[in-house]
Design a protein. Sequence first.
Length: 492
Amino acid sequence: MPARIDVVGENRPAVVRLLSCLLLSSLMLLALTASALADGFPATSALAEKGFVVGAQARLLDSGESLGSIAPDQQMTPASVSKLYTAAAALSQWGPQKRFTTELRSDGDIVDGVLKGDLILDGGGDPGMTSEDYWLLVQGLASRGIRRIDGRVLASQWRFGPVTCVTTDRCDARTRTRHAFDAQLTSTAVDFATWCTRVMPGEAEGVPARLASCAGTTPLTQVDNRVTTVAQGNTAISAERTTLNGQDTLVVSGQIPLGSGPSSVYRSSANPTDQTLKTLESLMQNAGIAVTGGFASTSTRPSDSTQVLSAVDGKPLQEQILRMLNYSNNFMADVLALDLVSGNPTMASAGATLNAFANGIPGHGPVNLRSGSGLTPESQTSARGVTALLDYMYHQPALFPVFVAGMQTPVNGPMNFIRRGSQRFQQSVMIKTGTLNEPVPVRAVAGYFRTQSGRWGAFTVMVNGRAPTPYINWTTTLEAVSSDIDTMIASN
């Protein structure tokens, strides 16, 4: 029977020394273990020395072997890496061939080419509806011989919209913006809730440039044209959308040289349903369909007595996800997240739905997503969590090809800023990045890699600032990450 250690009297100092040694040994072991794991990210770990919070993890997906980590359980802001959760949840719920249907409905009769009653646009929550899709809807009416609507054209947002903004970007964009990423959200949008204007040189030096809608010859909203045609030089155009009394105005400034091709400008609309109605009005005019009752929005669901006069099925989900991830489209991501919610979706319920999905992933850990796009700086997850998501999707054979196809391989991806690191790194990884600059800088990157021997791995690196400064750019971040992942690729 082992002797009992009595921690009293003369034995106390010796026992205290023994316990201190054991504690020191344990701390040294933990430090060595942490150091060994961080050895997988030596370049990335140096970013923490510059005052940034860093979380990272990498593992092989066939064996689960860890290749390195830095504070993998640290809760951090993922920015647009959040879109990986949206893509995974949508694929898991609907499968790659899901299509959203947008309909034109009415309970009126068609008599001698006249629709006797209101025409209702039943927005299906399609995140990718374009002007071309609405053209098809209108052509469906024309094919029925409709030449006049004796009633109103109503855009129904009964599924969701206008969705209350929860970020500074979107709230500010209700009155003014210089961006396209801050578009408002509705189930009845067109062209990702952004105005697109083409700028072309005038016929002579010194005259104003010519402007047109990207979908037609005339801009669909009010335009203040301050672009001048110049004899030579570079095209330099800036644009701002302002809104006063419900009217959007695009203020377009700069210069465009003679002989230049068109330059497209995208700015989010303040009221995407109004933009949709203006698009429908223009398309109906072009198709020779008159409307006597005007155009308006409604939140009322079309009654069961209405019949479908024209319908368009949107692109399959696999194509929508490719576009959403490749171009990091915030509008598409947040609309998809809202589509996942039954009932009356809000940004809060969309985030809760994504959290529930993440909580079902083995080994994920805590998560608190506030949006599907990542525009919300309050969103939190960990490097371990994102890597667990990537691991989970890798092991879904029917979904993984679509999921990974939406990510970018740096050597040929549409975003030039990710073309960093060795050729081996650029050709062997598929990644999604995330960027925020306010209230603190965020640079996040996650994805898959193939090793020299053909094995699959997954990794996540998130770098968050502690304050608005110091600023960190993507070159610094990707040079560190690519160096570390390249070593893992070469070593396995």
